[in-house]
Ligand binder design. Structure first.
Ligand code: ATP
Ligand code: MG
Length: 567
């Protein structure tokens, strides 16, 4: 887990190891040459980027090889599940560009078949009702090197097992009073074979089936069977299911034959630096108000990334870069950031915004005059044209772009030095005004009328170029800047409470940011812009006509590309 893996592992045809397996199965004519994958989220939380890695594989392989992919909600635990999550999951998969068509399923659809199969296994002496407590059952499990102990209920007569199972489901017994266990082998070296639990009693009503059922199947009994009922051929999941695979095959054999049998293939989970990926922990952050919700732009959830300004193509690009392997890894969040930066660099319109404004007054510029300056919408793609930006005697510039007593290498504005105002004129600072506390409140400068952008006088060499916004037409907006959610690289590897590792400075809100009017007129939630010199910003859905809000998606500086060059 400590190792850091960045390179995708694909063969000469660009296929990862799972796709190679699929291709081989198809060529061998298995399952009648059919490919059917499935994505099986449990609706107990929102999807995160790790899930995206999983469903990009599931839907992607189906697309690549002309197969189909089912969306199946693994709704086998009514205590934790909710329709809010179902809707959010569908929305997020669609947003990434995938669709299940008419292949929307629920594990709860199979409760009747699963119940019948369980009864058949009881009749065939392959399952029994155990009345021990979960502690007793756990204590008898043994260890990988020591065999377990048979339950005293293991040889209960079939009729009694059947009767108890039916009565369990009628609600005659309390939760935890008894379970249905598969009768396999308490000495097996695979711990999952030591009489695994198939069914437990849960009395919470189910959001789809109401109180029809009082017994619910465990993952291992439900999953492979659901795959079978749906005609799934390749059941792709993460590496922690490797030791479950023999049990998957054991249960599936109860149903399948040579003509059709689903198969499980495992790949490495996505783990990202500076974040956590467990749904339980993410839920805790939301429930305890440590973030603003599932879609908080600092969250690794798909809706959080969307709100932050990540694009579907940047997420897919990242997943493609990290690839699918058979060993655990920890991926750098900088690589994800690199993907979105590259994407937005191509597409985001360049605009002017001043994050920490101070007033610059051009003392020789006529009062009341306005000139319209032409600004490129995207110098990376000139076909995107230009827009106009008003210029006047009073401008907002960044406070950090001025220094009264600058060090040698400071090329921005300081007394008696010339700097260029982007797309406008060259100006020279002539003075400043401070308040009683010594804070600079106004900076004065003169402009050179001959230096207007586009005129020969503009060609003069000037070291610094500043962005600016004209005061009379500026629109004040709110900007939310984000940093890593966690202060440590691998929060899941640390001892103690993960909540203590949160980065206290992960959100900085600036309510006095000035933007140019052209931008203010067209903001629409979800649109991406590059604020010149500041970074990529995305319009937040909280935006109203009177209160515009931007989220910082990512800065301009690509530390990742720099690191890669060093290698
Ligand atoms: P938990 O966080 O409690 O372990 P889960 O993430 O396994 O839950 P599911 O809804 O069961 O939640 O996941 C659906 C699918 O997504 C599973 O097939 C699972 O293997 C896959 N998946 C979950 N997390 C990741 C991850 N970090 N990287 C890749 N795939 C993942
Ligand atoms: Mg799971």
């Amino acid at each position: 887990m400590a190792e850091i893996q960045e390179e995708a592992i694909v063969n000469e045809n660009g296929l990862n190891f799972i796709e190679q397996e699929i291709k081989a199965d198809l060529e061998a004519g298995k399952n009648g040459g059919r490919l059917n994958t499935r994505f099986p989220p449990e609706p107990n939380g929102y999807l995160h980027i790790g899930h995206a890695k999983a469903f990009i594989m599931d839907f992607g392989a189906a697309e690549k090889f002309g197969g189909t992919c089912n969306l199946r909600f693994d709704d086998t635990n009514p205590q934790k599940e909710d329709t809010e999550y179902v809707e959010a999951i569908k929305r997020d998969i669609h947003w990434l560009g995938y669709d299940w068509g008419d292949r929307l399923y629920y594990a709860s659809d199979y409760f009747p078949q699963l119940f019948e199969l369980a009864k058949r296994m009881i009749r065939e002496g392959k399952a029994y009702i155990d009345e021990q407590t979960s502690e007793e059952i756990a204590a008898q499990k043994g260890t990988p090197t020591e065999p377990g102990i048979n339950s005293p209920y293991r040889d209960r007569p079939v009729e009694e097992n059947l009767d108890l199972f039916e009565r369990m489901n009628k609600g005659e017994f309390e939760e935890g009073a008894m379970v249905l266990r598969a009768k396999i082998d308490m000495a097996n070296s695979n711990m999952h074979f030591r009489d695994p639990i198939m069914y437990r009693i849960i009395k919470t009503p189910h959001w789809r089936t109401g109180d029809t059922w009082k017994v619910y199947p465990m993952y291992d009994f439900a999953h492979g069977q659901s795959d079978y009922f749906e005609g799934v051929t390749h059941s792709i999941c993460t590496l922690e299911f490797v030791p479950h695979r023999p049990l998957y095959e054991y249960f599936v054999k109860e149903l399948a034959d040579e003509s059709y049998c689903p198969r499980q293939i495992e790949f490495n989970r996505l783990n990202l630096t500076y974040t956590v990926m467990s749904k339980r922990k993410l839920l805790q952050l939301v429930k305890e108000g440590l973030v603003a919700g599932w879609d908080d732009p600092r969250m690794p959830t798909i809706c959080g990334l969307r709100r932050r300004g990540y694009t579907p193509s940047s997420i897919k690009d990242f997943i493609n870069r990290i690839g699918y392997t058979k060993y655990e890894a920890l991926n750098h969040i900088e690589l994800l950031e690199h993907s979105v930066r590259e994407d937005l660099n191509k597409t985001a319109t360049r605009v002017s915004a001043v994050r920490n404004p101070v007033k610059l007054i051009l003392t020789n510029y006529p009062e009341g005059q306005t000139e319209m300056m032409e600004m490129d919408n995207n110098p990376e793609n000139l076909a995107e044209g230009k827009h106009q930006m008003p210029f006047s005697r009073e401008l907002w510039i960044e406070r950090e772009d001025f220094m009264e007593n600058p060090p040698k290498k400071f090329f921005r504005m300081s007394p008696d030095k010339e700097v260029r105002l982007k797309g406008a004129y060259i100006v020279k600072c002539t003075g400043l005004k401070k308040d009683e506390e010594g804070n600079i409140v106004e900076i004065y400068a003169t402009y050179d009328p001959e230096s207007r952008s586009g005129l020969p006088g503009a060609d003069r060499k000037v070291k610094g170029t500043l962005h600016w916004v004209s005061v009379p037409t500026a629109v004040q907006v709110e900007v939310r800047d984000y940093d890593r959610l966690f202060a440590v690289e691998n929060p899941s590897a640390e001892e103690g409470d993960f909540r203590d590792l949160l980065n206290p400075d992960s959100l900085i809100v600036s309510k006095n940011v000035m933007i140019e009017p052209w931008l203010a007129e067209r903001v629409k939630a979800g649109d991406h812009y590059q604020f010149q010199r500041l970074g990529y910003y995305t319009v937040d859905p909280d935006t109203t006509p009177d209160h515009i809000v931007f989220n910082k998606t990512i800065g301009l500086k690509d530390t990742w590309a720099k690191e890669m060059k060093k290698l």
